[in-house]
Design a protein around this ligand. Structure first.
Ligand SMILES: C[S@@+](CC[C@H](N)C(=O)[O-])C[C@H]1O[C@@H](n2cnc3c(N)ncnc32)[C@H](O)[C@@H]1O
Length: 246
């Protein structure tokens, strides 16, 4: 990686993330840059030292390392595709193994006590398991009253339902999966209608499209880069949604 690349991958709008080596993040990559998403999402959360936080769909663990280091919280990193041993090695190498517990878990069968977390965060994962009507009611049982839920998830600025189909440039790359890429307003309604949580923020990430493009180029992901360029920021980006359990 050249010095220019290194600077490009530490944008000033994410000062906390800029302290993390882009080469380390590229090694753990599973999609968009997880720390830029989490740093932005965290602006709508209140994470305090000692809180117990579930990182749901934590992948190879970069976001869990960030949560420990930046906010002093205790983390349970739960993921389905990545083995707990693989995540544990990442936590040990980062020197946070005493603050993070790695668990292999499916999002609909979480092995936790009711009301055992102060916060649940999910970075680029909720779109795979969290869109069914019953999911928020299921998940919120693991939060203490007043506990927070925050997600960063790929989003379209208009619902696929409203567009009539998945737009061609998106369909070619992700197929039907984009049906789960809902607008922030969709998430707000979906969660608030349950009367189980109060949504405290629901927004398109301001630089979501250009961050995604910047990172897909760094990863050499030509298909995603093409999709984003063709989109031009018209539809694609990330929804950042935060809520508090009643
Ligand atoms: C695109 S990766 C993102 C990983 C990580 N959060 C990051 O940003 O690098 C999506 C993650 O969602 C997790 N995931 C997908 N379906 C899941 C399910 N049903 N239960 C738990 N995790 C799931 C996968 O294991 C995967 O690690």
């Amino acid at each position: 990686m050249t010095t220019d690349d290194d600077e490009l991958l530490r944008p000033a709008r994410y000062p906390r993330s800029a302290a993390y080596d882009p080469a380390w993040l590229l090694r753990l990559d599973m999609g968009p840059h997880p720390l830029w998403l989490l740093e932005d999402l965290a602006r709508d959360l209140r994470l305090l030292p000692g809180m117990r936080v579930l990182d749901l769909g934590s992948g190879k663990g970069a976001s869990s390392v960030f949560l420990v280091r930046e906010f002093g919280v205790e983390v349970v990193a739960a993921d389905w595709w990545v083995a707990a041993e693989e995540a544990r090695a990442v936590f040990a190498e980062a020197g946070v193994e005493d603050r993070v517990t790695a668990v292999r878990a499916e999002a609909h069968q979480l092995p936790f006590e009711a009301e055992s977390f102060d916060a649940i965060v999910s970075i680029d994962a909720f779109e795979y398991f969290g869109t069914a009507d019953g999911y928020l009611p299921y998940l919120q049982r693991f939060l203490r009253p007043g506990g927070q839920l925050g997600i960063a998830t790929p989003a379209l600025r208009r619902e696929v339902r409203e567009l009539g189909s998945v737009p061609e440039h998106i369909r070619q790359v992700v197929g039907w999966e984009a049906v789960a890429w809902h607008t922030p307003e969709w998430w707000r309604f979906q969660w608030e209608v349950t009367e189980l949580v109060d949504v405290t923020a629901a927004r398109m990430q301001e630089h979501g499209w250009d961050d995604w493009l910047r990172w897909s180029r760094a990863c050499g992901d030509d298909a995603v880069t093409r999709m984003l360029l063709e989109d031009g920021g018209e539809l694609l980006g990330f929804a950042l949604v935060a809520a508090r359990k009643r």
